[in-house]
Write a protein that binds this ligand. Structure first.
Ligand code: TGC
Ligand code: FAD
Length: 392
């Protein structure tokens, strides 16, 4: 259960007036699920550095996996605003929960839907949508993070199959995955996507231990040693770096909404605490310094809500540019991490405790500000868009 009444979740600029009844229904049902399933166990999962058992099937049961994938493939056929709202509600619970849904939806289902063959879509999408199958996305490598175009993982055409070699690092859900969408270079140097299944010989997924961030999410490596990949597992409809980067557009958009949820959880907790906690004979909410913090939090959350909402409209109309998505991802993650850090101070010593969510969100957001393109890389993408000059 959240520490604050749910009717204190802010909608300062009456964005609800712009949502459909369906959007509000979706938000309510995901919010209810987060309250009943995530909130009671998230602190322990994060403290113990263990994933939430059965999370992916639960996410499937509430329609949070591939919400915008058509119904014929097991998705919910919803619009982009619905996808954003779902991400926001999940991340109010925890970034690990949103991460699980983002990776499965935007980084695994999206490329299979967008770039896959009919056979691949029919084979994988329904099971990914209901959470029976867990997917991972392998782009980052030990030597190439911000610069995925320099990747070393490669495959060779062996006539009746491809032979895949290399390694991916920092991969969400690697230790749990049934399949991985892996981006690798062919002999022509062009990047292609391959679907690698858990039981392919030579494929291993060692876990990355001792993270201080996203502790309720499993992270690991994808290691390929002479892995034989059937030819029908190559994604046929895309070639080049634009393949993985298109997936990132979808995931980064979702993150721009998701982190608003984390910020809301911190803001609402801080407001409630500031009203209840007395010092010098008065609630700390009565002091101007605390009010300044709260007022700034609400202003920043409201600005972020407007940014993501309009970006969602642009996405619905297929007009959102990668640079617009970078701006929203960068701005909103920074907004959320700042609110998590500052709101923790409002709780004084209690702010470091697991009963309250700030430390967990702040620590999680250190990953979120790094993955899907770092804060600085997104700034450089905006700089390139403004000037036409590549400063990478
Ligand atoms: P560049 O030469 O600019 O572009 C190469 C080709 O890609 C096209 N392109 C895009 N296409 C679609 N969407 C985008 N956002 C695109 N950005 C570029 C571009 O038009 C070009 O196409 P073509 O046809 O001319 O070949 O590429 P570059 O090598 O200079 O790199 C540019 C840069 C920095 C933008 C890019 O590589 C980048 O975004 N780096 C950050 C890496 C990153 O975000 N990695 C994320 C890994 S996945 C992850 O973190 C998952 S966490 C999940 C979770 O748990 O929630
Ligand atoms: P680097 O690229 O080495 O960057 C280090 C620093 O240098 C950063 O501050 C960066 O901004 C800066 N820098 C780099 N280039 C420039 C430049 N040209 N100019 C100025 N500064 C620059 N990846 C996946 O493929 N799949 C996943 O599922 C996935 N999940 C993740 C989960 C977690 C918990 C984490 C932490 C990461 C995950 N990642 C995943 C990887 C993530 O996308 C990368 O960590 C990220 O892209 C940054 O790469 P890097 O860590 O190699 O940092």
């Amino acid at each position: 259960m959240s520490y604050y009444p749910l009717n204190t979740i802010p909608d300062y600029y009456l964005l609800d007036n712009l949502l459909t009844d369906e959007h509000k229904l979706i938000r309510q049902s995901v919010r209810d699920w987060v309250e009943s399933f995530v909130m009671p166990q998230i602190d322990e999962a994060a403290q113990q550095h263990k994933d939430i058992p059965g999370l992916m099937k639960e996410l499937g049961s509430i329609g949070a996996l591939g919400p915008y994938i058509p119904v014929e493939y097991g998705g919910a056929g919803l619009d982009q605003i619905s996808y954003g709202i779902i991400m926001q509600e999940l991340e109010r619970g925890d970034s690990a929960v949103r991460s699980a849904a983002s990776v499965q939806s935007s980084l695994v289902m999206f490329p299979i839907y967008e770039f896959g063959s009919d056979e691949q879509k029919n084979k994988y999408l329904p099971k990914l949508a209901n959470g029976e199958m867990i997917g991972a996305f392998g782009l980052t490598e030990p030597n190439h993070g911000s610069d995925p175009g320099s990747m070393e993982t490669y495959y060779k055409d062996m006539g009746d199959h491809y032979l895949l070699n290399g390694a991916k690092m920092w991969i969400t859900n690697a230790p749990l995955c049934d399949i991985a969408v892996v981006w690798a270079k062919g002999e022509d140097g062009k990047v292609r996507g391959l679907i690698v299944e858990r039981d392919f010989d030579g494929f291993t997924t060692p876990e990355t231990h001792n993270k201080w961030s996203l502790r309720a999410s499993k992270t690991g490596e994808l290691v390929f040693r002479d892995v034989k990949v059937p030819k029908e597992n190559l994604l046929p409809k895309v070639e080049g770096l634009k393949g993985p980067l298109s997936c990132l557009n979808s995931a980064r958009y979702g993150i721009s909404w998701g982190v608003i949820g984390a910020a809301i959880d911190c803001y609402c907790t801080a407001v409630q605490y500031a009203k209840e906690r007395n010092q010098f004979g008065k609630p700390i909410a009565s002091y101007q310094l605390q009010q300044k913090k709260l007022a700034e939090f609400l202003t920043e959350i409201t600005k972020a809500q407007l940014l993501s909402w309009q970006l969602g409209n642009l996405k619905n109309e297929h007009q959102a540019t990668p640079a617009q998505i970078s701006m929203a991802k960068r701005n909103n993650v920074k907004m959320a991490i700042d609110i998590a850090r500052e709101s923790r101070q409002i709780l004084g010593g209690m702010g470091i405790m697991g009963e309250f969510p700030m430390m967990r969100h702040a620590a999680n957001l250190e990953s979120v500000i790094t993955y899907e393109g770092t804060h600085d890389i997104h700034l450089l993408i905006t700089g390139l868009d403004i000037t036409g000059i590549n400063a990478f």
